[in-house]
Each structure stands twice: as C-alpha cells, then as structure tokens.
Write a protein of this length. Structure first.
Length: 255
C-alpha cells in the first residue's frame, strides 16, 4: 500500500483504514525510509495471516505502536528487519495460537534496547538459534505465553549481548532442548540466570554456555540436569569472575 514511499514521514488518521478483513499486510510500509512513527494501536486485525516485511527497511522508524492481534497462524518473518533506529518494540498484544514464522524478525535492528515478545501459545518447539543476532544494545527482553514456549535449541540465543541486564526466562521451557552452546556467551553485564522453574533438562551441548559472563553471581539450576549424552562442556563457566559458589549436585546422571 505504501511500498517504497521513501519520502513519507508521517501518516495521519491511519485508524480510519478498515483493516478487520485484511489477511495480507506484507510489505505494507516496506522501504518507507523517512517514516519515523507508525501507530496501528486503534486498527483491528482479526483475520491477518501475514505481516512479513511490513516495516522492512523503515530505517528511520523510532516509534511503533501495535494493536491487539489474536490469530491462529501468523507469518512475521522479517517484519521489522533493518529498522536501524527502532529502540523499543512491544508485541505483547499479539497472541499467536498455532503456527508462527519468526525468522529474521529483528535482524539488524541494532538500536533496539527493549523487546516485549508476542504471546506465543503453540505446541511445537521453536528453534531460537541465532534468533536475536545483531541486537548488540539490547538491555531487556520479555517473553509472554499463556502456558510455556517450548525451546528446541538456543545456540547463540543471547550471544554477545554485553548490555543485557534483565532476563526473565520463566516462560521458556527447555525440557527437550538439544543445544545450549554459547547461549549466554559474553553477556558481560548479566548478574543472574534462573532455570529453577524447569522440571528437567536433557542437553547435548553446553560449551561456552556462560563464557565471559564477568558479572554473573548466581545460577539457579533445575531439579535435574540429565548429562548422560552431553558431548561438550568446554569453557562452560570460563571467565565468570564473580561466580563464587557453584553447586553441581543437580547435574545427575539418570539411568
């Protein structure tokens, strides 16, 4: 609709658009390179199936207000990719009940400081490998779900997030996770990691898991960590300078 409107700075009264029957919003504001603010909070999106690239390459976008969205299937691939100026994003009003496609959602959004993730309520585990790659200024991230978000793999999930201080992973379920390597690697300002609400962890790879977490003081492990099949522990706690005590009693081998 507004594709490649590179000189467009502001859109007034966008709430007047009747969007309740719209299914495809892909690339709606793509390459609106002068757009600084978009407020969709008063629009209704009850049938939308895809928002892929809706704000792709909106390089000056600083303010994004999002509406309530409650759908079964939603494609938000590359939705805000290359929004270099965006500092905060709140997707918590977006409720996804079945299938979701998330690839490259925040890619190259290097100014992002705060993220509120969508409310994800699906049965299949999600692969978060490299998912937040390039968010070097991220300070806080919040996950939302009516139940729990099953995680299949979290390799490099928060790798090199040197400004990350606040991390609540209680909504993430790691019971069947395969790879946690480099998950918190070089999170130099992270002070605590809490896995205590997890029932059981069965992991294959834990290399560099907490490597370089210089301010990390507390790690709370779940009741059981099954290490029967772990292939690599190397550098797991390397350079954790403030970690004074570590109880590995929960690293039990199950039969």
């Amino acid at each position: 609709m507004f594709l490649y409107q590179k000189n467009l700075k502001k859109i007034l009264n966008i709430a007047n658009l009747q969007t309740s029957n719209v299914e495809d919003m892909s690339s709606m504001f793509q390459n609106c390179e002068s757009l600084e603010e978009i407020d969709l909070s008063n629009n209704a999106f009850t049938k939308v199936k895809t928002m892929e690239k809706i704000l792709y390459q909106a390089i000056k976008l600083k303010i994004l207000k999002f509406p309530n969205v409650n759908v079964s299937d939603l494609n938000i691939n590359e939705m805000v990719e290359n929004c270099y100026s965006l500092e905060s994003i709140d997707f918590s009003n977006v409720k996804i009940n079945q299938n979701i496609q998330l690839e490259n959602l925040f890619k190259n959004d290097t100014s992002l400081i705060n993220i509120k993730m969508p409310n994800i309520n699906i049965q299949d585990p999600i692969n978060f490998d490299n998912y937040f790659d390039s968010l070097i200024n991220l300070v806080t991230i919040q996950f939302f779900s009516d139940n729990n978000i099953k995680v299949k793999s979290s390799k490099n999930m928060f790798n090199n997030f040197t400004k990350l201080t606040n991390l609540d992973i209680r909504k993430l379920l790691f019971n069947d996770i395969i790879d946690m390597s480099y998950m918190f690697n070089n999170c130099t300002n992270l002070e605590r990691v809490d896995f205590s609400e997890q029932n059981n962890l069965t992991i294959l790879n834990m290399t560099y898991l907490f490597n370089g977490c210089k301010r990390l003081e507390n790690i709370f492990f779940p009741n059981i960590i099954n290490i029967n099949n772990v292939v690599d522990f190397s550098f797991m706690f390397n350079d954790c300078e403030k970690l004074e005590e570590l109880d590995l009693i929960k690293f039990g081998k199950t039969q």
